[in-house]
Design a binder for this molecule. Structure first.
Ligand code: ZN
Ligand code: ZN
Length: 177
């Protein structure tokens, strides 16, 4: 098997998907890629669910070959993979927040995103890195992601939101459905 699951030997390494550390002893997913800067290979480490959302193909390939019982809760990972491999734009979802200014324009409709309104952060994967690639209005999500249900990855990649903000985001998604 190319990619790996293993317990994190320390709590220092950060997940590529969400930028937060993977706790010592917690299961982590390693995607093996050709080293973009040198000979040989390098491994990108993720929380398993972060990889399922942002690198669905690599996760799917690994789940298909994992010995039974070797991956805890594979159903949750498979669900995330299935959801996000349905459309090429879905793995680019990097969470939601309220626009701090009105300067950014929506990548979908090209209109400004009004200060205080919900926006979806996007990233673009290139050679082992996730590069910030702008925002779309929450209201533009159905058009941009072709009707896919994105609430789960949206909440997953928004760990900084308070409970109240999360509830508000869920409500906003339901209202604009
Ligand atoms: Zn993560
Ligand atoms: Zn828009």
């Amino acid at each position: 098997m190319r990619h790996v699951f293993e317990p994190a030997p320390t709590g220092r390494a950060k997940c590529r998907g969400c930028g937060r550390p993977v706790g010592k002893g917690d299961l982590r997913f390693g995607e093996r890629i050709p080293n973009p800067f040198a000979e040989g290979e390098t491994i990108l480490w993720f929380h398993p669910l972060c990889a399922a959302y942002k690198r669905p193909e690599a996760m799917l390939e690994t789940l298909a070959h994992a010995p039974p019982g070797s991956v805890p809760s594979p159903e949750a990972l498979e669900r995330a993979v299935r959801g996000n491999s349905a459309h090429r734009r879905l793995p680019r979802i990097d969470g939601a927040d309220r626009a701090p200014t009105s300067q950014a324009k929506c990548r979908h409709c090209h209109e400004p995103i009004t200060r205080g309104s919900w926006r979806i952060r996007l990233v673009f994967y290139e050679e082992g890195r996730f590069l910030p690639s702008g925002f779309v209005h929450l209201a533009c999500r159905a058009a941009h992601f072709e009707g896919a249900d994105i609430l789960a990855p949206l909440l997953h990649f928004s760990p900084d939101l308070s409970d109240e903000e999360r509830a508000d985001l869920v409500r906003a998604c339901a209202e604009m459905a």
